[in-house]
Ligand binder design. Structure first.
Ligand SMILES: Cc1cc2nc3c(=O)[nH]c(=O)nc-3n(C[C@H](O)[C@H](O)[C@H](O)COP(=O)(O)OP(=O)(O)OC[C@H]3O[C@@H](n4cnc5c(N)ncnc54)[C@H](O)[C@@H]3O)c2cc1C
Length: 373
């Protein structure tokens, strides 16, 4: 008996989501063809701060929290397997987050978070002002309280995308660039993808085109509303050796230290369409905020401003899963502020859905058609 031919799968978009899915599918022996209109990782992913913090991002009892917690639990094993696959360095650590209160209102907000974490049995630590400074000496002397969640982490996203692409390629995946895909059509068991002047045939297609997903038209399917929300992120070079040791959060900005002396400062949240420019106002707001939170930042140099378009949906949950009317087309987009956190979960459920026809129960939360009211 001859061997079955590998499933031919196209992935539209090579950001963190497309790259993670490509690597997972190729690891299982699928024949993966990626397409990107720019180059891998050049969309929202290159601007990402890479914080893995479901307990800060998700509200109590929310679907986002459930997805984030599930994905965070997969992170360590996922990174270990990637490092076994390729020798591309990227920094990733569970160094925790420290949320700082600088006013009475912010203390009250942190106390509510503390109560909820206690009720849920999530490991955390409460600190009064002086303790905060002892724990993290770079924090402002105005700190009134702090909340540490040690299970949170961060990853260097651009290098992670490079590693995922290298791993996917090592396993046989290809990536065509620049190749903009705007037309996809499933007829019976074949999905046709128009690439410039030619039409390629696949057994399955994954749409992972981030903020641009609505431009990928699927024949006989309404447009799924995904819209861009701009985020500006600063890369500072910290002066001297005494850098923050963990991700520090205030109400107006958050920071992520990298081992090479960079401090990321994020991020603006702006509804300005497909405008990927940085602005003086955005940079000023972030500089003011980080100077208030970590006064040593005033001595830092400004190395770079990165800008990305977060792919947002109406309910801020991703569109994840097969189309009901076209089951050979899977959506994996709309991850908004948490695409990095949710990458291992996304890659896993999409791979199991396509290769094993296994529908993870959590896919009910992210069914693409829910946004087509
Ligand atoms: C400033 C900022 C900070 C962030 N911080 C965090 C964080 O701390 N933690 C976290 O989890 N998330 C964070 N995010 C969110 C996260 O970066 C995104 O959710 C994630 O990058 C989305 O990944 P993606 O692969 O879906 O999209 P993208 O990275 O945008 O990739 C989409 C790709 O598709 C390609 N493409 C689009 N249309 C087509 C087409 N028609 N044909 C071919 N190719 C196409 C694009 O060129 C692009 O490469 C942040 C985002 C920003 C902007």
């Amino acid at each position: 008996m001859g061997q079955l031919a590998p499933l031919r799968i196209a992935i539209i978009g090579a950001g963190i989501i497309g790259a993670a899915i490509a690597d997972a599918l190729a690891a299982r022996g699928a024949s993966v063809s990626m397409f990107d209109m720019r180059r891998p990782g050049a969309g929202a992913s290159q601007a990402s701060a890479g914080v893995l913090c479901p307990y800060t991002e998700g509200s109590p009892g929310s679907p986002l929290l459930a997805l984030g917690v599930r994905s965070l639990a997969m992170w360590d094993g996922w990174v270990e397997r990637l490092r076994e696959s390729v020798d591309v360095p990227f920094s990733c650590a569970r160094s925790g987050t420290l949320e700082v209160a600088l006013s009475a209102d912010e203390v009250a907000h942190l106390q509510r978070a503390r109560a909820w974490l206690s009720a849920e049995g999530i490991t955390h630590q409460w600190m009064e002002g002086a303790q905060v400074r002892e724990f993290e000496p770079t924090v402002s002397t105005s700190a009134l309280a702090g909340l540490v969640i040690s299970g949170h982490g961060y990853v260097q996203v651009p290098a992670l995308v490079t590693a995922l692409m290298a791993s996917a390629r090592r396993r046989g995946a290809t990536c065509e660039t620049p190749a903009e895909i705007i037309h996809v059509d499933q007829r019976r068991d074949v999905v046709y993808v128009r690439v410039g002047d030619r039409v390629d045939e696949f057994d399955h297609v994954v749409i992972a085109a981030g903020s641009w997903s609505r431009r990928v038209r699927v024949a006989d399917v309404p447009v799924f509303p995904v819209r861009p929300i701009r985020g500006q992120l600063l890369h500072l070079k910290w002066p001297g050796a005494a850098m923050p040791q963990r991700s520090v959060w205030g109400t107006r900005c958050y920071t992520v230290p990298w081992p090479d002396g960079s401090l990321l400062v994020g991020a603006t949240v702006e509804d300005v369409g497909f405008d990927e420019r940085s602005t003086v106002a955005g940079v000023r707001d972030l500089l003011d905020a980080v100077g208030e939170l970590l006064p040593g930042a005033w001595q830092a140099s400004l190395a770079e401003v990165r800008v990305g378009l977060r792919p947002a949906t109406v309910d801020h949950l991703p569109l994840l899963g097969p189309l009901a009317s076209h089951p050979r087309i899977t959506m994996a987009t709309g991850h908004y502020r948490n695409g990095v956190l949710l990458a291992p979960y996304t890659a896993d459920v999409v791979t199991r859905q396509i290769l094993d026809n296994d529908r993870d129960p959590m896919l009910a939360l992210t069914r693409p058609e829910r946004v087509l009211a």
